[in-house]
Design a protein around this ligand. Sequence first.
Ligand code: HEC
Length: 132
Amino acid sequence: MKNISILSLLAVFVLATSFTFIQPKPWPVPDKNAKIPNPIKADAASVSAGKTLWVQHCSSCHGKTGAGDGSKAAQLKTQPEDFKKPVVQGQSDGSLFYKIAEGRDDMPAFKKKIPDQEDIWNLVNFIRSLKK
Ligand code: HEC
């Protein structure tokens, strides 16, 4: 009996660790953040402001066009998704804002480095422009 419970604990452990390492880790965004609408119109000025920030802070990992092929990309433990794809484009503006502000693992949190929320919304608008 004792052996069985140790075995099942072991099985749970092995499953949990392989899930963590093999599966791409889902990145849940709290509902209230995901639903925040983008207050900044995605006009040429906003996209261009976002692009300037992108080149300064983001392209070293995410690449110029968001493909995930920046100069630092090879050193990352987690590979960023291609930002042109629906996995990223399908997320709400509020979700992208949250991920940029809060970060996770290799993705730095930018809420201190880019303290003006408007700038983060400009980045979201720039990311949307990568779709085409
Ligand atoms: C040091 C490398 C690095 C830099 C610099 C960086 N990122 Fe990331 N980013 C990552 C990695 C790695 C992930 C994937 C993280 C994960 O899934 O745990 C990621 C994920 C993201 C995501 C979530 C994408 C998804 O699949 O849901 C967004 C949005 C994002 N980054 C935007 C930005 C923006 C905007 C900047 C610049 C302000 C930036 N990143 C700078 C490495 C970086």
